[in-house]
Design a protein around this ligand. Structure first.
Ligand code: GLN
Length: 496
C-alpha cells in the first residue's frame, strides 16, 4: 500500500521528514491521534490515551528541533509518537497490567525504559492493552476487553503485547514497547506483520516493568521494520543500577546492523525438527521460502537440532508460574490498587485477590504455588531449572557451528477470537517456538516473511547468541531488503 497518512510512516522515514522540515511533530501526532479516533473503536489497542499530553510533547519537540537545528545536534526519537504496554510504569499515568487489581493504580515513577524514551524525545501516546499481567498469547485475558487484529478484525492480535502490536499495525502509533517473558513481543509482532525484538536477558532494564517472571521478563520494541526496531533498542538498552540483573553496557553497532545486503560467510542454522507441533502449511511454506532467500543472499544453510526444546513448554509452565506466585504476592489489597471490603485480614486477602485477579492469573498462581510446595519443589521447580540448563546448552552447542538460527515464530497465524479460550494448552502451544530462547536468555527477533491464504501475516524468527543483537539485526535487515513483506499495511475497514 502507498503511504497516505504520516501515521503509516516508519520512524526513520518520519525523522527524515522532520529533519527536512516538511513534517512537524504536531502534524505527525495529530495524524496518529486521528487514526486512533477512526480505528480504535474497532481495534481497541489502548487502555489509556493521553492526547493532550502527547500534543504538548509534540509541540515541545518541534520547538526543540528548531533550536537544535543550528547546532546540528539531535535526539534519536525527537517528536516520534509511540505507545507503551500497560505493564510499564509511567509516572502519573495509570498502569493497570490489564488487571482489575491494579485498575486504579498510578505509579509515582517511570520505568527506566520509559525514562530513556522520554530522554530521547519521544511523544508518548498512551498505554496499550495486554493479557492480565502479561499471562497469555491473545490479549483475551485482559480484564477489560480483547484487542482485535488490524489484519482481520475477527482474529486475535497475539499476546500478551497484543495492544502494542495492534496499535503499530493499525497506524495508531509509529512503534511501541512490549515485554517478552516467553514470546509476548515476538508472537504478537508475527501475528500483526511487524518486527518484534526480544533482547538478551539483562540488555534492557526491568526496573519499573511490573514483574511477571523475573528470570525471563525483558522489554522489547515492536516496530514496522528492522531499522526502527534497532533504533528503539539502541535507546532503551544499557546498564541500569536500579536492576541488579541488568548487564554492563555491551556493544550495539547500528551501522553494522543496518549495512549491506549480502550474507556471504554467514552460517544459518535451520530448525527443521517440528515434529508433533503441527505447523500450519502456510507458515511452513513461508519459512522455507525465507530460508531460500537467506541462501540466495549468500548464507550457508545448516540443519540444527535443539533436542531439549521439546521440554520448553513444561519447563516454562513450572518456572514462570513459580516466579509469578512470588511476584504477585505483593498484590494483597494493602499496598497497591484494589481493596475488597472485609472484616478480617485473611478475608481481606482472600476477597481482594479472589475478586481482583482473573481466571488465567489464578491458574498460574495455583500452578506456581504447587510447584514450590515443600516436598514437591525438588521434583518440579528444581527439575525444571535443570532442564532449563539443558535447553541453554543445546543453543550453545548449535552456536558452535552456526551464527544464527532461523525458524517460524509461531506454528500458526492469528487465530479467531474465542477459538482457544476454553483450552489453556492450545493457547500455551502458540508460544512453543518462542519459549526456548526466553529460557536460554537469548536475543530473538520476529519479522514478516509472508501471508497465509486469509491474508494473515507469517513471522520468521531469528535467534542469535547472547548479546549478538547486532548480528541478529544485520541478518534481519538483509532479509528485509530482499523482500517487501514489511511494506504491506492492513486494509483497515472500520465501522466509523
Ligand atoms: N504466552 C506466554 C504466557 O502466557 C508468554 C507471555 C509473555 O511472554 N509475557 O506466559
Amino acid at each position: 500500500m502507498t503511504v497516505t497518512s504520516p501515521a503509516d510512516l516508519t520512524i526513520h522515514e518520519a525523522v527524515m521528514l522532520l529533519d527536512e522540515g516538511t513534517l512537524s511533530s504536531v502534524a505527525l501526532t495529530e495524524a496518529v491521534l486521528e487514526r486512533i479516533l477512526t480505528s480504535d473503536n474497532d481495534v481497541r489497542a489502548y487502555l489509556t490515551l493521553m492526547p493532550e499530553a502527547a500534543l504538548e510533547q509534540a509541540a515541545q519537540a518541534d520547538t526543540l528541533r528548531n533550536a537544535l537545528r543550528t547546532s546540528g545536534a539531535s535526539l534519536p526519537l525527537l517528536g516520534i509518537p509511540l505507545a507503551l504496554k500497560d505493564n510499564l510504569s509511567t509516572r502519573g499515568v495509570p498502569t493497570s497490567c490489564g488487571s482489575r487489581i491494579l485498575e486504579d493504580y498510578v505509579p509515582p515513577f517511570d520505568a527506566t525504559v520509559v525514562q530513556r524514551l522520554k530522554r530521547a524525545g519521544a511523544v508518548l501516546l498512551g498505554k496499550t492493552n495486554l493479557d492480565e499481567f502479561a499471562m497469555g498469547s491473545s490479549t483475551e485475558n485482559s480484564a477489560f476487553f480483547p484487542t482485535h487484529n488490524p489484519w482481520h478484525m475477527d482474529c486475535v492480535p497475539g499476546g500478551s503485547s497484543g495492544g502494542s502490536a495492534a496499535a503499530v499495525a493499525a497506524g495508531e502509533a509509529l512503534a511501541a514497547l512490549g515485554s517478552d517473558t516467553g514470546g509476548s513481543v515476538r508472537q504478537p509482532a508475527a501475528f500483526c506483520g511487524l518486527v518484534g525484538l526480544r533482547p538478551t536477558y539483562g540488555r534492557c532494564s526491568r526496573y519499573g516493568l511490573v514483574a511477571f517472571a523475573s528470570s525471563l521478563d525483558q522489554v522489547g520494541p515492536i516496530a514496522r521494520d528492522v531499522n526502527d526496531a534497532a533504533l528503539l533498542l539502541s535507546v532503551i538498552a544499557g546498564h541500569d543500577a536500579q536492576d541488579s540483573t541488568s548487564l554492563p553496557d555491551a556493544p550495539l553497532d547500528m551501522a553494522t546492523a543496518l549495512c549491506g545486503h549480502d550474507l556471504r560467510g554467514l552460517r544459518v542454522g535451520v530448525l527443521v525438527d517440528h515434529e508433533g507441533v503441527g505447523v500450519q502449511p502456510a507458515v511452513k511454506r513461508a519459512v522455507l521460502a525465507a530460508v531460500d532467500t537467506l541462501a540466495d543472499l549468500g548464507a550457508e544453510m545448516v540443519d540444527v537440532q535443539l533436542p531439549h526444546s521439546e521440554f520448553a513448554l513444561a519447563v516454562y509452565y513450572l518456572i514462570a508460574p513459580a516466579e509469578a506466585s512470588a511476584n504477585l504476592a505483593r498484590f494483597d489489597g494493602l499496598r497497591y490498587g484494589y481493596r475488597a471490603a472485609a472484616d478480617t485480614l485473611e478475608e481481606l486477602y482472600n476477597r481482594t485477590r479472589g475478586e481482583g485477579f482473573g481466571a488465567e492469573v489464578k491458574r498460574r498462581l495455583m500452578l506456581g504455588t504447587y510447584a514450590l510446595r515443600a516436598g514437591y519443589y525438588e521434583a518440579t521447580y528444581i527439575k525444571a531449572q535443570q532442564a532449563r540448563t539443558l535447553i541453554r546448552q543445546d543453543f550453545e552447542a548449535a552456536f558452535a557451528h552456526v551464527d544464527v538460527i532461523v525458524g517460524p515464530t509461531s506454528p500458526v497465524t492469528a487465530f479467531r477470537l474465542g477459538e482457544r479460550l476454553a483450552d489453556p494448552l492450545q493457547m500455551y502451544l502458540a508460544d512453543i517456538f518462542t519459549l526456548p530462547q526466553a529460557l536460554a536468555g537469548l536475543p530473538a527477533l520476529s519479522l514478516p516473511c509472508g501471508f497465509d491464504e486469509e491474508g494473515l501475516p507469517v513471522g520468521l524468527q531469528l535467534t542469535a547468541p547472547a548479546l549478538e543483537e547486532t548480528r541478529l539485526l544485520h541478518v534481519a535487515h538483509a532479509y528485509e531488503q530482499a523482500t517487501a513483506w514489511h511494506t504491506r499495511r492492513p486494509n483497515l475497514t472500520c465501522s466509523n
